[in-house]
Design a protein around this ligand. Structure first.
Ligand SMILES: [Fe+2]
Length: 221
């Protein structure tokens, strides 16, 4: 099975729009605020389950040449990760190490993991994720589940299990569907690029982190 859904989107003109894990109603562009209007067509057409609550991330930012998009997060040579962290009995949104696009000064030292991180957000195991971006080959995905992921989702230590010759490389606009434990990796870009990234997370997310974007049109906690 391939992760490509067969669906393709056309990204709007780059304008630096961002939101992170903003709750909205899947398939219903009336449920997103006007500042995200350039994404209305995409929101209406791309969903996991129309009418369900979903969590929208739009990240339009400059990807700097030679730097994997989430390079500051990686402990290893490859920015291979799963979208969530895990301890036995709990799958959670990792908010402490720069995952999920947590704003943090890129030049600052990586904070030491706290011994007992608080996880405000837990996820059901069957949560699904749609991913797309506007740059060919800037993200690799393996059609697999890495059940034994780490506390912060970084699985660079297992890179040998995920060689590039078994990866799918996302082409611009392709919508891929992955699970929360699907290995994927941001790849270095050749030159500075106005990168547009779209992520839709299905229902099955419980709680919210402070850094999630609030949506005045949809209440969710
Ligand atoms: Fe990711």
């Amino acid at each position: 099975m391939n992760t490509h859904t067969g669906r393709t989107v056309e990204f709007p003109q780059f304008s630096g729009i961002r939101c992170l894990m903003m709750p909205y109603i899947q398939g219903d562009s009336a449920s997103i605020p006007d500042i995200y209007a350039p994404y209305r067509d995409i929101v209406d057409l791309v969903f996991l389950k129309k009418g369900d609550i979903g969590f929208l991330t739009i990240d339009e930012s400059v990807a700097v040449a030679g730097t994997p998009h989430r390079g500051q997060r990686a402990k290893y040579g490859r920015a291979l990760h799963t979208e969530v962290g895990r301890v036995p009995g709990q799958i959670y949104c990792w908010g402490g190490g720069g995952g999920w696009g947590v704003p943090r000064p890129s030049l600052g030292p990586r904070p030491k993991p706290k011994p007992k991180p608080r996880h405000r957000v837990t996820l059901d195991r069957d949560v699904r994720i749609l991913l797309a971006n506007n740059l060919d080959d800037s993200c690799a995905v393996w059609d697999a589940e890495h059940e034994d992921t780490s506390l912060d989702g970084d699985i660079g230590h297992a890179a040998a299990d995920y060689p590039f010759d078994r990866a799918s490389f996302l082409k611009a606009g392709e919508v891929h569907e992955i699970g929360i434990l699907t290995p994927h990796e941001s790849l270095p870009v050749q030159q500075d690029f106005n990168r547009q990234f779209l992520r839709i997370v299905s229902s099955g997310v419980h709680g919210r982190e402070e850094y999630f974007t609030l949506n005045p049109l949809v209440s969710f906690n």
